[in-house]
Design a binder for this molecule. Structure first.
Ligand code: TPP
Length: 617
């Protein structure tokens, strides 16, 4: 079966294989990807779309001496397979297994640890500048998708590269898709380029086997719109890139290895920044993924024949609870606006988007912009809800502080994937939002203990005349069948304590209640308090708690350093109450399932109970 994959040594052998062999290899790679990801889950569609491009890159460049950077990095599976990590795919994204993103500690072929979008050109440009300073002569290639190209950082880097005029090759992997359909002016412009007669004509000619490549010299490349009819890689458009100082080559068929290799060789012969526009198809070669590339962008284990997930949960996720509730609120209040930075489905807003297309904005992978855009909306009397994953919101720290909090505008941040997210690992865990948001003046931070409380807090946010953040975890929304906390600045006592009180934030209320139940059987009485309103914080209840119990245990789904637990410790510093802070340590947390990570870091019910046991005897 996998003759080429198993019998060759990659990436070296790519350089000696002929084009027919390389094409056969591309089939084997696709089979392997589909088989393997169907068992482990992962980012499939983007990897199916980048098979030929990755082969061509490793054939034409001398990696790892030459530096190859994949933007975001979710499409680096083929690169991993071709750089000696095929066997690791059995444990892809599992605890202790291969990461789903580039990891420098995993291989010398992975230059950076990535996971967040739109960084590849900046990273590449930094490497290129360092190379020039030290007199080295390696090449730098940044591969960026058209989705990632909607992020502002990419333009800052393009602009800078143009003025530095150093040697860097940027490959725009244009499949017309972000996770869902890509949006925006650039996307429209790229779409125009690839639908022109010239491009389609060129593709037909290539398919017919015309292989003679006229020389595309520097003068031709820079002379945009002067392309001759018979130039294979005609310079049809790309004005934007040319204006920024890049030599634009394209569009090139990103599934034709010969074309790609010839284009890459051409780019190598040019000096200064070069941008190659490669057109690819997301999900290429696997019909289910071609039909529904958004579903197969990131997917759990699935049946290869039908494309259906192996396990389907009927339980509602927090994202769904949020999306449904916001849609309901929008029915009653015309000011409610939904905003997403290229994550409409992920954050649960697809229903809202369908029902209220005019009041919904997908702004592209542009978190910082989404926040300032929301500030503008709020200033003019609207009530914007920015739905965003915790780790991506990190991009917008300054905009939250300056454009929203400073002006005390009623923008609500619906922070999904707060806490550890599991298989995506370091770059995607949402552990830092609480520590920076709670220190921002005017900001209210809510953390619901369950789904019904998330709904109540969304209602509350509409009555709050200022910035608000509501943070909730990835996964199924629990229902603790308890009264929701419904007041800003008020904590909620859920259980009386004698030996200790556990002060828990959001999703940690459930394990706190479970730990308390375990201890009760042993005659240890642990009270449980739902912090609910992280800021403003209920100091009155804390005072009462510290006067009642000798031990307070705090537990939060965020970094302990600078967290709510530490402020509780500070507030009780004068008393006799002992305070123990539980939460995530001050380090990057690896990938693994959420349960594995909670257990390892002592945040599951048994570990919480054990800490209390040890400190009450
Ligand atoms: C800052 C940031 N926001 C959002 C994401 C989530 N995300 C991962 S991949 C992706 C789409 C990327 O599209 P594109 O660059 O075109 O790559 P493709 O998957 O289409 O190959 C998004 C939005 C992210 N990784 N980083």
């Amino acid at each position: 079966m996998s003759k080429f994959l198993t019998e060759h040594k990659f990436p070296d052998d790519l350089k000696t294989m002929d084009y027919d062999q390389l094409e056969l290899l591309s089939y084997e790679l696709r089979d392997f990807l589909v088989e393997s990801v169907s068992k482990t889950g992962g980012h499939l569609a983007s990897n199916l779309g980048i098979v030929e491009l990755t082969i061509a890159l490793h054939r034409c460049f001398d990696t790892p001496v030459d530096k190859l950077i994949f933007d975001v990095g979710h499409q680096s599976y083929v690169h991993k397979i071709l750089t000696g990590r095929m066997e690791g795919f059995e444990n892809l994204r599992k605890y202790g297994g291969l990461s789903g993103f580039p990891k420098a500690c995993e291989s010398e072929y992975d230059v950076f640890d990535t996971g967040h979008s739109s960084t590849s050109i900046s990273l590449g440009l930094g490497l290129a500048a360092a190379r020039d300073l030290s007199g080295d002569d390696y090449r730098v290639v940044s591969v960026i998708g058209d989705g990632a190209m909607t992020g502002g950082l990419a333009y800052e880097a393009l602009n800078n590269a143009g003025s530095m005029n150093t040697n860097i090759i940027v490959i725009l992997n244009d499949n017309g898709m972000s996770i869902s359909q890509n949006i925006g002016g650039l996307s429209r412009s790229l779409g125009r380029i690839t639908s022109t007669d010239k491009y389609l004509h060129m593709k037909t000619r290539v398919k017919k086997g015309i292989s003679k490549v006229p020389v595309v010299g520097e003068s031709v490349v820079s002379g945009i719109h002067n392309a001759k009819e018979n130039i294979k890689y005609a310079v049809i458009d790309g004005i934007l890139f040319e204006e920024l100082g890049f030599k634009y080559i394209g569009p090139v068929d990103g599934h034709n290895i010969r074309d790609l290799c010839e284009t890459l060789e051409r780019a190598k012969s040019l000096s200064g920044p070069v941008l190659i526009h490669a057109v690819t198809q997301k999900g290429k070669g696997y019909s289910n993924a071609e039909r529904r590339p958004n579903v197969f962008h990131g997917i759990g284990a699935f049946d290869v024949d039908t494309g259906k997930p192996l396990s389907q949960s009927s339980e509602r996720s927090y994202s769904r609870v949020f999306g449904d509730k916001l849609t309901e609120m929008a029915e009653n209040d015309k000011r409610v606006i939904g905003i997403s930075a290229a994550m409409t489905d992920g954050v649960g807003l697809e229903g809202f988007c369908k029902k209220y297309p005019k009041r919904f904005f997908d702004v592209g992978i542009a978190e910082a912009h989404s926040v300032t855009f929301a500030a503008g909306l709020a200033k003019a009397g609207q009530r914007p809800y920015v739905a965003v994953y915790s780790s991506f919101l990190q991009r917008a720290y300054d905009q939250i502080l300056e454009d929203v909090c400073l002006q005390n505008l009623p923008v609500t941040f619906c922070i999904d994937r707060a806490g550890v997210v599991g298989a995506d690992g370091e770059t995607h865990h949402g552990l830092f939002d609480m520590i920076y948001l709670r220190s921002m003046p005017n900001m209210t931070v809510f953390a619901p203990k369950d789904g019904p409380e998330l709904e109540a807090m969304l209602e509350l946010s509409l009555k709050t005349e200022g910035p608000c953040a509501i943070r909730y975890p990835r996964g199924k929304a629990v229902d603790l069948k308890m009264q929701p906390a419904e007041e800003k600045g008020k904590a909620q006592r859920l259980k009386e304590g004698i030996d200790t009180d556990i002060w828990a934030v959001g999703s940690m209320v459930k394990p706190a209640l479970e730990a308390s139940a375990l201890l009760e059987k042993e005659g240890i009485y642990a009270g449980v308090i739902n912090i609910a309103s992280v800021t403003p914080f209920d100091e009155d209840m804390l005072r009462a708690s510290s006067e009642t119990v000798p031990l307070i245990v705090t537990i939060e789904d965020g970094i302990v350093t600078g967290g709510v637990g530490e402020s509780i410790r500070a507030l009780t510093a004068d008393g006799i109450t002992k305070v123990i802070n539980l939460g995530w340590p001050d380090k990057f947390i690896e990938h693994g399932s959420q349960d594995e990570l909670y257990r390892k870091y002592g945040l599951d019910k048994e570990s919480i109970a054990e800490v209390i046991r040890q400190n009450t005897r």
